[in-house]
Structures are given as structure tokens and as C-alpha cells.
Design a protein around this ligand. Structure first.
Ligand code: TYD
Ligand code: ZN
Length: 408
């Protein structure tokens, strides 16, 4: 068993810098009959004194999160669909030309990316532990192995299909506590000249945007170019490219290859330099982040209480995993926010974790009655505000909460 004060990557000492207290699992939408037995854990984050990896102190076992009823599906957003489709086309053009090329996606979700690969008639395999998502992907013509990715599933894939030219993972690697087992699996599966590409929320963007709601049970690690380069080196890989992405409030796509197989891109040096210039590993920076988080809570709660005090009706928009941290940390329940609307059928009719606000379909919102809408899916602000233009035309106002609470 790992000691809670120890880095999962290198065993170094973790320096805790922010604590969100008792939290439920962010994607555990529930029925009232399960309120009494809801699972909670302590959400706190630390940085490793040695390899600088930022990570949760405590953790929820993966089996509790990624199961047959996991409600998150990637395809609900047109922006995310376009994001993955353009990446798939890039893989096809740059990495998958030539006979027999093979791509594996770890955590293939509903097949949003591999679908494009499948349509191009290329060899591919999604590895997805959530049965419901694996089934959706399979129905879309994507080949899926319904398993967790680790050394043993990687060995099976090699035996059945040979080694992979590309291994990809979006919003998955940072969710896996045992990254060492993933990297050992990648080592087995990746061809000599292949690339392992993964994208996850970027710690620098979280600090700069006070987007503390990216911190929840599923996000065990918060990467930087520096910590990923160190992790890659420990496992016999080299970081050869980084790309800053605008999705999910700021992510970075990292490309790893075997040492010497690819020429490292200039972007890496630039990103490392930016991280150094921002003093990301210094205690003062981390403490300032924690102070901004606390200020954000104070201001948001004051704003919502004031509006409610003046008889305004507030609803939430988007039952996001990230808003679970914010709502529980701020203590925002049905007294402040009447309901949360969301277009995911699997969430509708259930209640938000920990705070127990009912989740309704977007049609409920369009029927009117709300004066203010707290945008919980702020990463989709443009898409949602455009779609719901009538709300504003009818006098409604949006409330944003990062980097600080404000009415727009
Ligand atoms: P997401 O961006 O994946 O955030 P998280 O990882 O924090 O859960 O979730 C967006 C949620 O918002 C998802 O439940 C779908 C919902 N949504 C809508 O209801 N309407 C929309 O137009 C969009 C874009 C998303
Ligand atoms: Zn470490």
C-alpha cells in the first residue's frame, strides 16, 4: 500500500497545497434512495518535492468510477466532436500511411475518435473498461476490447494484432493511478518508431484560470511538460512534442516516443520555459492558487445568496463532473440552485452528487422561469450561450464562476 504522503510516480514526498474537504465522486449522479449511503472521500492535492508531479493525496479506487453505468459520453458536444475528428484525420495523414498500420486508443469512450479511423478502413482497437460505452462504440463500427489497459491487456493485444504505430488516450492517463502499469503496457505495445500521444488538463491553465473544478476524483494527476518529461524518462521514453489545446478549459497533448526515434519539437522548450517563468513549482505560487480558490468560493456564494435574497430564480446549466467539486466545496444545494439541466439522457432524472440538486433535460430550461443560469459547463460557454440565445433575449443572465464569480 502506498503511503498517502508519497508520490505515485517516484516515491518522493508530496507537499499538500489545497484541500476541498469531503467530496462525493464527481460522476456519481444518484437517486434519492441512495442519498443516505453516498460515498465520500477527502479531496486534496499535493506536488511531489522530487519529480514535481501534481496529484491527489487520497484516491477513489478506479473500479468505483469506470463501470457499466459510467455516464460520461464524449459526443455530447459538437466542439469536442470536431476536436477528435480533426485529430483522427491528422493521425491518418501523418502516422497511419502505409500497409498494416495500427492505432490503439486507451479509454476510447463512445468511439468519437476511432470512428473516423474505422471509416477510413484502418486497423484500430479501442480499449474501454466501461461496458456501456464500449457497446456504443461497437455499434458505431469501432472495434473495442472491453478491458482496462495495463501490461497484461497490452500483451494480449500484441499477440492478437501485433504492435501499434500510434497509441492515443484523451482524458484517460491522468485518471489512472498506476501510470507505471500503463507505461509498461505502452512499452510492450508500441512499435519502435511509434508514438504514444495523450491529452489531459494542463496544471498551468488550472493555476492561471483558478479552474479548481478540474480537480475531482477522476483526475488523479495534473500534468506539466516538466513532470511528464521526468515521468517519460523514468520509463524509458522521451517527450518529443507538446501542444497546447483550448478544450476542457486548457489541456496539453503530449507525444512520447522511444529515445532517439523522433526529433523533439521546439514547442517543448517553450512550454518548459513558460512553466519556469510562472514559478509553478514554488510554494508561494501554490499558496496563491489556494487563496484564489477560497476567494472564488466566497464571492460566488455571496452572489448567489444575494440573488436568492432578492427572490431571483437560479438554475444550473450542464451537470458536469467538474461542477461537483465547486458545488460541494461551496455548499450549493437546491436552496440556491433549483435544478441543473443537461442534455445527457443518463443524467436526467437523477440528482447531483453530494449536493442533491435535481437534473432535468434542457427543455425544462427552455420553458422559462429562470432569472439566472449558473454555467456549470463553462468549458462549452460559446456553444451553450449561442444555443440558448433566447434565454438572454428574454432577460436571463449567465453566471460564470472561474476565474471569479460574475454575471455576464
Ligand atoms: P464536460 O464538458 O465533459 O465536463 P466534465 O468533464 O466536467 O463532466 O461536460 C459537459 C456536460 O454538459 C455534459 O453533461 C453535457 C452537458 N452539455 C449540455 O447539456 N448541453 C450542451 O450544449 C453541451 C455542450 C454540454
Ligand atoms: Zn514524484
Amino acid at each position: 500500500m502506498r503511503d498517502k504522503s508519497q508520490c505515485r510516480i517516484c516515491g518522493g514526498a508530496l507537499h499538500e497545497f489545497v484541500d476541498f474537504g469531503r467530496q462525493p465522486m464527481a460522476n456519481a449522479y444518484l437517486e434519492p434512495s441512495r442519498f443516505a449511503t453516498e460515498f465520500f472521500y477527502r479531496l486534496a492535492v499535493g506536488m511531489c518535492d522530487s519529480c514535481t508531479m501534481v496529484q491527489l493525496i487520497d484516491e477513489v479506487p478506479n473500479e468505483r468510477m469506470f463501470h457499466k453505468d459510467y455516464p460520461y459520453s464524449s459526443s455530447g458536444s459538437t466542439v469536442m466532436r470536431a476536436h477528435f475528428e480533426s485529430l483522427a484525420h491528422r493521425f491518418v495523414e501523418r502516422e497511419l500511411q502505409g500497409p498494416g498500420k495500427f492505432i490503439v486508443e486507451i479509454g476510447s469512450n463512445d468511439g468519437i475518435m476511432l470512428n473516423v479511423i474505422a471509416k477510413n478502413g484502418l486497423r484500430h482497437l479501442g480499449v474501454e473498461p466501461c461496458d456501456n460505452l464500449a457497446k456504443v462504440a461497437a455499434a458505431n463500427g469501432v472495434r473495442v476490447l472491453n478491458r482496462y489497459f495495463d501490461e497484461s491487456s497490452a500483451a494480449e493485444i500484441v499477440a492478437a494484432h501485433g504492435r501499434a504505430d500510434v497509441i492515443f488516450a484523451a482524458n484517460t492517463v491522468s485518471h489512472i493511478s498506476r501510470i507505471d502499469s500503463v507505461l509498461r503496457g505502452v512499452d510492450r505495445l508500441l512499435s519502435d518508431s511509434g508514438v504514444f500521444v495523450f491529452e489531459d488538463p494542463y496544471f498551468l491553465d488550472i493555476v492561471d484560470g483558478t479552474s479548481f473544478d478540474q480537480i475531482y476524483d477522476e483526475h488523479i494527476y495534473f500534468f506539466t511538460a516538466r513532470s511528464v518529461a521526468a515521468m517519460a524518462a523514468r520509463h524509458g521514453f522521451e517527450l518529443v512534442d507538446t501542444e497546447h489545446l483550448p478544450v476542457h478549459g486548457g489541456e496539453v497533448r503530449y507525444t512520447l516516443a522511444r529515445p532517439g526515434a523522433r526529433t523533439p519539437a521546439r514547442a517543448i522548450g517553450e512550454m518548459l520555459e513558460r512553466e519556469r517563468g510562472r514559478h509553478l513549482t514554488e510554494t508561494a505560487t501554490l499558496e496563491a492558487f489556494a487563496a484564489s480558490v477560497a476567494r472564488c468560493r466566497e464571492e460566488l456564494v455571496a452572489l448567489l445568496r444575494d440573488l436568492r435574497g432578492r427572490g431571483k430564480r437560479i438554475v444550473g446549466y450542464g451537470a458536469t463532473a467538474k461542477s461537483a467539486t465547486m458545488m460541494n466545496y461551496c455548499g450549493i444545494g437546491p436552496d440556491l440552485v433549483s435544478y441543473v439541466c443537461d442534455n445527457t439522457p443518463a443524467k436526467q432524472g437523477l440528482y447531483t452528487p453530494g449536493t442533491h440538486v435535481p437534473i432535468r433535460p434542457p427543455e425544462a430550461f427552455r420553458e422559462g422561469g429562470a432569472d439566472y443560469a449558473l454555467l456549470l459547463a463553462w468549458n462549452h460557454a460559446d456553444e451553450i450561450m449561442k444555443k440558448e440565445a433566447e434565454f438572454r433575449e428574454a432577460g436571463g443572465r449567465w453566471i460564470l464562476y472561474v476565474p471569479q464569480a460574475r454575471v455576464v
